[in-house]
Design a protein around this ligand. Structure first.
Ligand SMILES: Cc1cc2nc3c(=O)[nH]c(=O)nc-3n(C[C@H](O)[C@H](O)[C@H](O)COP(=O)(O)OP(=O)(O)OC[C@H]3O[C@@H](n4cnc5c(N)ncnc54)[C@H](O)[C@@H]3O)c2cc1C
Length: 391
């Protein structure tokens, strides 16, 4: 545990393990610290929807590159993230149709396999949806979802095979610094010397950075997920983002439907201490969610509750992550704040962070839009045609 590492990655969520893997591929001696277990934080509770529908060329590119990894995980990483190619549909009301079509064109320009589905054709693709309120939909046949814990553990296993030391049950408490240099990470099991550190602690990231006086503009918010048992005669469906009713839903193993929110109100239930928040979901909310789903999938009237839980989004002012060096410090980096859409992007983020750590800033790299100081400059990452928090 006291050996010198080239890089210490703190956090064993999907981003931490991807970063560690990509650094190790570049022959770095890497240690990954995780206070609990791999995917023990929000990653393990992620809906892990893999879609490419973004409204910004940078995030579209990241999602598209990452999809290639999810689809070919066994060959390019190793292991099985249980990627299910269910197909993904985005349904919007008539007033958002122009934006939707423009987004589809943006995606096509980046190589994404997607198309517009006129209202009258939606029932051919998805016979059991009620199209009331919709103006049309976008369809991505190649998208789907993963098992998030399997994916994170797949990356971790591949990282280990490349020599990464993965220390679970080890909590980072702070940093050993000299001037602007990071000399080591202070943990509950002693100080570990290192040449560089990447903090990828999700909602805990601001707490750790605060120990050296760094303020990361990021909040944590409690978000709810509900699993409903599908009626026996109801077939599994595509993954849907339904902007009219502000919910997304996808199939889940065990003949279930997993439902979450795409409302920006998700940011309102703020949590101060990520180790202490209400993890259960009230029945009033379960009923409210069900009402929204039944509007789109009437057969769900006959469903019943299977499970529910709350988890945390780490949200920056523009709902996009900070992927950057920490201002004022040499060799200290941060990867946090990907809110409710960071799972799918993790393969691309791991590669981008490894490039940043090893080569410094390259003005051509897409990572530059995720800079630490962009909020101060008012240079937010914005979609060109936005209708909600999909980015
Ligand atoms: C309910 C929910 C649904 C989501 N659905 C989707 C989706 O459908 N598609 C999608 O793309 N994204 C989705 N997301 C977002 C995605 O899951 C997250 O962006 C992603 O998992 C974040 O991964 P991470 O590695 O950055 O952080 P985390 O998963 O937060 O991992 C951080 C890790 O750091 C560890 N840690 C913290 N502090 C310390 C410390 N001091 N020392 C050591 N270890 C520490 C924690 O234990 C934790 O394991 C969803 C998120 C949630 C919560």
């Amino acid at each position: 545990m006291s050996k010198h590492s080239d890089v210490i990655v703190i956090g064993g969520g999907i981003n931490g393990v991807s970063i560690a893997f990509h650094l190790a591929k570049q022959n770095q001696k890497v240690t990954l610290l995780e206070k609990d277990f791999i995917a023990g934080g929000p990653t393990g509770l992620s809906s892990a929807v893999i879609r490419q529908h973004y409204s910004n060329p940078v995030t579209i590119r990241m999602a598209y590159q990452s999809l290639g990894v999810w689809r070919n995980f066994a060959d390019v990483i190793g292991g099985d993230p249980d990627f299910t190619r269910a197909g993904f549909m985005v349904g919007v009301g008539p007033t958002d149709l122009d934006g939707l079509k423009a987004n589809i064109e943006l995606q096509k320009a980046e190589g994404v396999n997607t198309r517009f589905v006129p209202l009258e054709e939606i029932p051919e693709l998805e016979p059991h949806v009620d199209t009331t309120g919709l103006g049309g939909a976008a369809y991505e046949p190649d998208s789907g979802y993963c098992d998030p814990a399997a994916a994170a553990n797949g990356f971790a296993k591949a990282a280990r095979a490349l020599g990464v030391e993965i220390s679970t049950g080890v909590k980072a408490n702070g940093f050993k610094i000299k001037g602007d240099k990071i000399l080591g990470v202070e943990t509950d099991q002693g100080t570990l010397p290192t040449g560089a550190v990447v903090v990828a602690c999700g909602p805990w990231t601001p707490i750790l950075l605060n120990t050296i006086g760094i303020e990361l503009p990021m909040i944590s918010a409690r978000v709810k997920t509900v699993l409903y048992r599908l009626p026996d005669d109801h077939e599994q469906h595509h993954v849907w983002a339904d902007f009219c009713n502000q919910v997304y839903f996808r199939p889940e193993t065990g003949n279930l439907m997993l439902v979450g929110s795409i409302s920006p109100q998700e940011a309102e239930d703020q949590v101060i201490d990520p180790d202490n928040f209400k993890e259960t979901v009230g029945l009033d909310f379960v009923a409210e969610f069900a009402e929204q789903v039944v509007k789109r999938v009437p057969a769900m009237k006959r469903s019943h509750l299977a499970n529910s839980f709350a988890a945390l989004y780490d949200i920056t002012p523009d709902w996009h992550p900070v992927l950057d060096a920490v201002p004022g410090f040499a060799s200290l980096f941060v990867c946090a704040g990907s809110s409710g859409h960071g799972f799918k992007l993790a393969p691309a983020v791991g590669a981008m962070m490894a490039r940043l750590v090893l080569s410094g800033k390259n003005p051509q790299d897409d990572i530059n839009v995720f800079s630490f100081d962009r909020f101060d400059r008012g240079d937010f990452v914005r979609g060109q045609y936005e209708y909600s928090i999909l980015g």
